[in-house]
Design a protein around this ligand. Sequence first.
Ligand code: GLN
Ligand code: ZN
Length: 786
Amino acid sequence: LHRFCNIPSTLSFIRRRLSCIRAMSSHIVGYPRIGPKRELKFALESFWDGKINADELQKVAKDLRVSMWKKMASAGTRFIPSNTFSYYDQVLDTTAMLGAVPERYGWTGGDVGFDIYFSMARGNATLPAMEMTKWFDTNYHYIVPELSPDLKFTYSSHKAVAEYNEAKETGIETVPVILGPISYLLLSKPAKGVGKSFSLLSLLGKIIPIYKEVLAELKAVGATWVQFDEPMLVLDLDAEQLKAFTDAYEQLGESSSGLNVLVETYFADIPADAYKTITSLKGVSAIGLDLVRGGKSLDLIKSTGFPSDKYLFAGIVDGRNIWANDLEASLETLITLEGIVGKEKLVVSTSCSLLHTAVDLMNETKLDKEIMSWLAFAAQKVLEVNALAKALAGEKDEAYFSASVAAQASRSSSPRVNDEAIKKAAAAALRGSDHRRATPVSARLDAQKKKLNLPFLPTTTIGSFPQTMDLRRVRREYKANKISEEEYVKAIKEEIGKVIKLQEELGIDVLVHGEPERNDMVEYFGEQLKGFAFTVNGWVQSYGSRCVKPPIIYGDVSRPKPMTVFWSTTAQSMTSCPMKGMLTGPVTILNWSFVRNDQPRFETCYQIALAIKDEVEDLEAVGIQVIQIDEAALREGLPLRKSEQAFYLDWAVHSFRITNCGVKDTTQIHTHMCYSNFNDIIHSIIDMDADVITIENSRSDEKLLSVFREGVKYGAGIGPGVYDIHSPRIPTKEEIAERIKKMLAVLEMNVLWVNPDCGLKTRKYTEVKPALTNMVAAAKLIRSQL
Ligand code: GLN
Ligand code: ZN
């Protein structure tokens, strides 16, 4: 009571309170939902298998949400996100919110429940799932909404409100996060059968009312902030799209009075025109920018200023990687920003949702202390954001900052990171050459034809054969030292023998050894290369309950000794058919890893390429005549902004060429690529200069073939997958023959290969045997008609 009677002391109390609020100007864009030990994955899979019920699943989910909110709250986070949890995908959640359920799923209205939700996500007994595609340039996949002009939208999932309330009940005030209307529409596709003239953005007027209902309900339950994610804004949008953006937020702004709207962007620089649009939006209180991938955004703020009526949520802690933040450097940037946007208007944040990084470093038991000190996973990044916010408010945690300085210094001076010998060798190898094979591909193909003596339409597979439980157990036990090396080698040899025998019986022309010794096509190589580290629990959600555990490339990369030569020679010795050596390419190894951030990506990629080059040449030296270098993920690394794509393609393709520029004309280099969306990069694919490319194509023959129909010259061998390995369905001989014929109408007979569209690892032998039997029969049938 005394305090409130005494005016000066009340004022100082208020001032202290204010400075306290100031000290907590921190924000997290989103948090991983899968759980520190993949708890959500296991609960989901048990639920789908009928082993737990919906209540049990919901309990696991709730515990995960509450624990992440508490984590963020106890670190002092001022703006804590809610509704970033999802049972499958946040885009699908938005589809449920808008009631945009495709008709075929038989939804009859009301709140979208688990049944309908998971049917859309995963399909059900009678219906396939909705399409899934990559979320921007991440390895996360979202469920693509299907929209049509006559779709009726209704507010059909109150998840955002429910999560806000749930957090509030645990005493935590949160910022509900919702995918914004423009990004939602632009990430969608027109439903089947919708006319070409249909524009996705034409639905804006129909979905805004639903967004308004959500805002009204959030306001009614006491929310004071809402975050709309609009990552689409970092792409090259045209004037019309930007105009739609302004329209949308002006309408939302009108109905959001009393509610602060944060528009969050991430994954790249924000283009200058989009920056202008977003900074002039009325009714928007705050803008979130990715300052890690967006160095130019920082320049824009500096050169054009920042509106005085808005907050800047400065994404300075990297959400896409696992490196500890250089706190001193970040603090300096933040102080500069503070000078522009004002002390009260700057909020420290992550560059994007932490969904794209690993969850908690505390669960790592196998990394050494030194490497640990260089890393920060989501839980540690929350601490970094708050430490920066406190430092800005004059409450710098000196001990925490000096630990950061020490870690940065140890990382940059460690000989494990910077190996002068590797750097010198790489510089020398790269000097002045663009690494092309001396002979043009047509002449090489002639030389190979003579040597390999292959028929027209040669048949092959992509590399892996089914991985049985037994096989996985053998690898696991060997890793855990439960069986001897001798026993392990014997088991793997037996498996290779079986796979070879099967291929010989089937009459396949170019064989593979089946990859039984590999758990994962990147990890297998990373484990044998210098400069890589592996986590135990560093999982990142890929889609639904699926997670990946990317290796960490922390240092200069080199190859201490041959990696695949033993298995390839073993396999070749068991058959007189050509046996493909099987390697993962540098670009794919790079794109599926957490990459060091202390040198440009291309430098790391070139180092990997030089290591793979040594392997290629060793394979050739022991008599392997066909070598496949998989670049499954080359397309994935394509930068979001058009202006950056040519540069990426240039060094990525160059890296691939480095791996095989040194082989003889008679050595046949294959490559394999996943995802069929190649038309825009076809010239880069040609520039890879492989002898044969096998390419995933099963779902869109037409699209791929249209490039060639339009006259693109591809003189090398090409094997567009003749059947879809992602489905258990067994293709008939007739349908495969039909597809080969279609391809022959566009491609020359002597360049066409016949193969499935990807590796067979996830299939069963009961599917693989008949499918390959039909594939070989189809190839023979067409050959006999030539
Ligand atoms: N060689 C690999 C395999 O067959 C290729 C996998 C991939 O393209 N993703 O498994
Ligand atoms: Zn593939």
